[in-house]
Design a protein around this ligand. Structure first.
Ligand code: AHG
Ligand code: MN
Ligand code: MN
Length: 349
């Protein structure tokens, strides 16, 4: 009688649901474990992360069927506060984050790339001590071609009563973020977060509908081969950035990767090292990326993983914004690679 080939056994092991082989640490449990407490603050953070994860699941579900449904892809015909054309997915994802926080009692104000002013959820405001800052869809230009996208988020504690409804306390440095991270919609959906105690990644198991712990305490390599920048802007950069790019061109060991969604570019760099740059350009010296809901959350993640994020002159997390949609140049990634770009900016070599 023929024996079952070993490969068949391997095959059956491979198809076993790996998540059930593991400890199956869910996101909410992980937050509580990190804080080693069931205090009200710990419960709040756990609930906040669970709601953010729910937004990620809803967005991932819609993206996974986008090509099969009417009215998901393409532009709305509107232009947002940034002067950029709005896609239907931007609007959907923006609304998802609002709706998951309705009646949560957690978040009074949400500020996003897609809204000129912060959105208030009045029923939460008497008790909602937190604010959410977010980029609902990062890499919008990838939406209609089924390429990687992201969502970026940061949580801050509300300071003061905000009785005049101006949300002035949101204009503060990134070091005030109490949680930050991103969701990556790629071949699988991942959620990466930090609450100031390292960086941890989770993968969405669609069969469970849960984000399951993938890697704890991720450390970014000190150096990597990737440089990630839109070289189409070459002639619009300052000469120092052009010189840095000439340097990587003539130096062995560098390779370019640029996807159009910085969440995916920075995720690669988090795991494998390298540097992502979005410097200022001649008509826009402040660059393209928004400080409060793009650069600062990603800066906290990368710093917590042992990397660095700078404007070229100061740490992103120390930049004090003067307006909600403030932009900033961004150089982020492995410490050695960020330092190299900085030395071109500051010393010309
Ligand atoms: P968004 O889709 O939220 O506007 O952000 C896109 C950002 C970033 O994710 C990406 O790296 C960069 O803009 C791409 O811009 P360019 O097309 O100018 O390179
Ligand atoms: Mn973005
Ligand atoms: Mn966006």
């Amino acid at each position: 009688m023929a024996q079952a080939p070993e490969s068949l056994e391997l095959l059956s092991n491979d198809t076993t649901d790996k998540s059930l082989d593991r400890d199956c640490t869910t996101l909410s449990r992980h937050v509580l474990q990190q804080l080693q407490s069931f205090s009200p603050d710990a419960q709040d953070l756990s609930a906040l992360m669970t709601r953010i994860a729910l937004a990620g699941k809803l967005i991932a579900r819609r993206l996974s069927r986008a090509g099969l449904m009417e009215g998901v892809l393409g532009f709305t015909g509107d232009v947002n506060v940034q002067g950029e054309s709005v896609k239907k997915m931007d609007v959907y994802a923006n609304d998802v984050f609002i709706s998951v926080f309705k009646q949560s009692g957690l978040v009074c104000r949400l500020a996003s790339e897609e809204m000129e002013k912060p959105y208030y959820i009045p029923e939460n405001c008497p008790i909602g001590r937190y604010s959410l800052l977010y980029d609902p869809i990062d890499g919008s230009s990838n939406t209609d071609t089924n390429l990687s996208l992201g969502s970026i988020f940061a949580v801050r504690k509300q300071e003061g009563t905000d009785l005049n409804g101006e949300a002035a306390d949101l204009l503060s440095v990134g070091r005030k973020q109490i949680a930050a991270g991103y969701i990556l919609y790629g071949p699988s959906t991942m959620l990466i977060y930090t609450i100031g105690k390292g960086v941890h990644s989770f993968t969405l198991d669609p069969s469970l509908g849960e984000f399951i712990l993938t890697e704890e305490n991720i450390r970014i390599p000190n150096h990597g081969s990737v440089y990630s920048v839109n070289e189409g802007n070459f002639w619009q950069w300052d000469e120092s950035i052009r010189e840095y790019i000439r340097y990587v061109h003539r130096t062995e060991g560098y390779t370019a990767r640029y996807s159009g969604a910085m969440v995916s570019d920075i995720h690669r760099i988090l795991l494998q090292g390298g540097v992502f740059l979005y410097p200022g350009i001649l008509p826009k010296p402040e660059g393209k990326l928004r400080l409060l809901y793009e650069s600062a959350p990603l800066a906290l993640v990368i710093e917590q993983a042992g990397g660095r994020a700078t404007t070229g002159h100061m740490d992103i997390l120390d930049v004090m914004p003067t307006k909600l949609h403030q932009r900033t140049p961004l150089i982020i990634g492995s410490p050695k690679d960020v330092a190299k770009v900085e030395s071109f900016i500051q010393n010309g070599h």
